[in-house]
Design a protein. Sequence first.
Length: 350
Amino acid sequence: MRNARAPVISIVSWILLGLLTIATGSWGVLALAFSGPYSDMVRSILAIAFGIILLSTLIALGFRRWRWQVLIGYYALFLILLVWWSNISPSNERNWQTDVAVLPYATIEGNLITVHNIRNLNYRSETDYTPSYYDKRFDLNNLEAVDIVASYWMGPAIAHIFLSFAFLDDNYLAISIETRKEKGEDYSSIKGFFRQYELIYVVADERDIIRLRTNYRENPPENTYIYRVNGPIENGRRLFLEYMRRINELKTRPEFYNTLTTNCTTSIWLNSRVNPPQLPFNWKILASGYLPELLYEHGKLKTDGLTFPELQQLSHINARALAADDAVDFSRLIRAKDTHIPTTPPQVLN
């Protein structure tokens, strides 16, 4: 019986090894295509060459005489690729797009935190704006609430999620975890896996970061929702301090953004570890559009007794933001909820 099983085990082992080779080879081709050295032409040549080596290795698996020699050569080459990959370093010194050119940082003196370089761009359109920044001191004792903002542009599963910290007298500070793009660079989810973007915590006035999404994004338009987080205010203070710590850390030690592991929602989830017990990891954290629903299910949102669809309707702010425009009390106006709950949800979440 044992001898009868041996050929089957051997076949399964080679199949698994073949699948591993396909996975590592595919990653290597994409890594070279997106992150390889020098010019686009050199990157393309290297990616094609590695693809040919991968194909040759897979063919060699079918020949006993060659398979081990070819496999040893392939994985030695893959090891060299990993060494090269590990030496790709993030940087704060690049030709950045204007909206992410200035890094924020914080000076912490007990409960008094001075946040430097708060972004407040004056928009004429999504791409036409006047850069503006200011510094502001916040007293942690005056933190009243934390809001979570969700902005949708391609259906219910995908949203950009960020936090806004509410201080006394309608003083809000929004912090959005994003890719720090260079001039001429566009966002790509696939490129986000391959060390193409640095990570940035955009610290901004709500008239900048929210109004951009509600009033100026047109291609495609975005639907934006604001939910109030439910929990002890002391948790909010710890979370705010954790954000300040990360912001200061990124100023001196840049990091890469990663589409899966270091994005807007996973970073919020990781930062929230300062407040145990932590929200259990869930697929809705990766399918970011469903994060508000996940928080609702775990009692992490203030609901006023509403069902989630009702709360979602009441939290939709686009109309209020368009009406408020650049008003000084923009933050207050977008939260002035009409208690009437429409029967038809916004189209983006159908």
